[in-house]
Design a binder for this molecule. Structure first.
Ligand SMILES: Nc1ncnc2c1ncn2[C@@H]1O[C@H](COP(=O)(O)OP(=O)(O)O)[C@@H](O)[C@H]1O
Ligand SMILES: [Mg+2]
Length: 321
């Protein structure tokens, strides 16, 4: 299926039942679960793979022999302290930086030696939610989400259909004529998520998506990431240094319940959703790779300090049931 066909896909009308204030009118799943497995998609091929990647800025080594795989439909949470190389990893995925050594594969294709034209084709498969949001201040919410489609020459009525569907997904339909400066930080972040989803990418990168957001607002962003994983079969890298985010993404899941309503369920205190894995870095090297439960139970003293340090963040205020 071409990306244009994907853009014009018909969206089933799915309503949502949630207890928090933001989600009142509805959302959509672009695919129902039965349609999740597309023909010709080889699930054995990772969405992203790093093989023995080294990267330095001049003489400062940032990544040291880093290897990992992100499977299709899964989340990889990358954890480290500030300056740990997380944003650098995302720039390498997008081909904005090239590794000094090692190989990077996107959807089975080695991109390490790709030229700009080939990289652009790969970037079109990837949605990116930048840490700083990177919205155009002078454009409305609608225009911020629409511009990439308009840039590609998609007819305006199709642009409108896609943008409305995406704004509905992030629950910002009512705000589409407003400017970013008129929105809260959480709303601006949701505009960034909608914009990253233009063209229905199967890989989405989130750089510190909840930083500077209050806990309930962080929760709504995490819910969007969970919906993409569980209902849209999107593979994501979520870069963070917040343990609250780790706990949320490793314990909640979304499913389509009765009458097509999206439900969020807590896995309980197990923290072991197997489709969400954590990679923790220190000094550019992997120091942990595994599930949320394995992270919490690790007896590594640095990991325990990291967990405790961020445990001091305020707990989520809202109830999830
Ligand atoms: N363009 C750059 N030139 C030189 N050093 C950089 C550049 N970008 C980042 N760095 C350094 O590389 C290290 C990793 O940065 P980054 O990937 O942004 O870390 P994180 O996202 O985990 O905070 C940091 O020490 C940072 O100062
Ligand atoms: Mg960063």
């Amino acid at each position: 299926m071409s990306s244009d066909q994907q853009v014009h896909e018909q969206l089933p009308n799915v309503s949502v039942e949630r207890s928090d204030a933001v989600t009142s009118t509805g959302t959509f799943a672009r695919r129902r679960p039965a349609d999740l497995v597309e023909p010709n998609v080889d699930v054995a091929i990772p969405a992203i793979e790093f093989r023995n990647v080294n990267f330095s800025y001049e003489d400062k080594k940032v990544l040291d022999d880093l290897s990992f795989q992100l499977a299709k439909g899964e989340i990889k949470i990358i954890l480290s302290g500030s300056g740990g190389g997380k944003s650098t990893i995302l720039k390498l995925v997008l081909g904005l930086l090239k590794p000094d050594a090692g190989q990077i594969f996107i959807d089975g294709e080695e991109i390490t030696e790709f030229d700009e034209t080939e990289l652009q084709r790969v970037r079109d498969k990837i949605g990116m939610v930048f840490q700083e949001g990177a919205l155009f201040d002078s454009l409305t919410v609608y225009e911020n989400v629409a511009y990439r489609l308009q840039d590609r020459g998609v007819p305006e009525e199709d642009v409108e259909e896609e943008v409305r569907a995406l704004l509905k997904f992030v629950k910002l339909e009512q705000e589409m004529d407003r400017l970013p400066s008129e929105l809260s930080g959480g709303m601006r972040k949701r505009v960034s998520v909608a914009r990253a989803l233009v063209g229905n990418p199967k890989i989405v990168l989130f750089d510190e998506p909840t930083v500077a957001l209050d806990p309930p607002t962080s929760g709504t962003i995490c819910d969007l990431i969970i919906e993409l994983r569980d209902l849209e079969d999107v593979a994501s890298i979520v870069v963070t240094h917040e343990m609250d985010v780790v706990k949320y993404l490793t314990s909640e899941y979304a499913r389509i319940g009765e009458r097509g309503k999206i439900e969020f369920k807590d896995e309980g205190q197990q923290l072991c959703l197997t489709n969400t894995k954590i990679l923790m870095l220190r000094h550019g090297r992997e120091i942990f790779s595994g599930t949320g439960k394995e992270l919490i139970e690790s007896d590594d003293s640095y990991i325990q300090k990291f967990i405790r340090g961020t445990e001091l963040l305020p707990e989520r205020a809202e109830s999830r049931e």
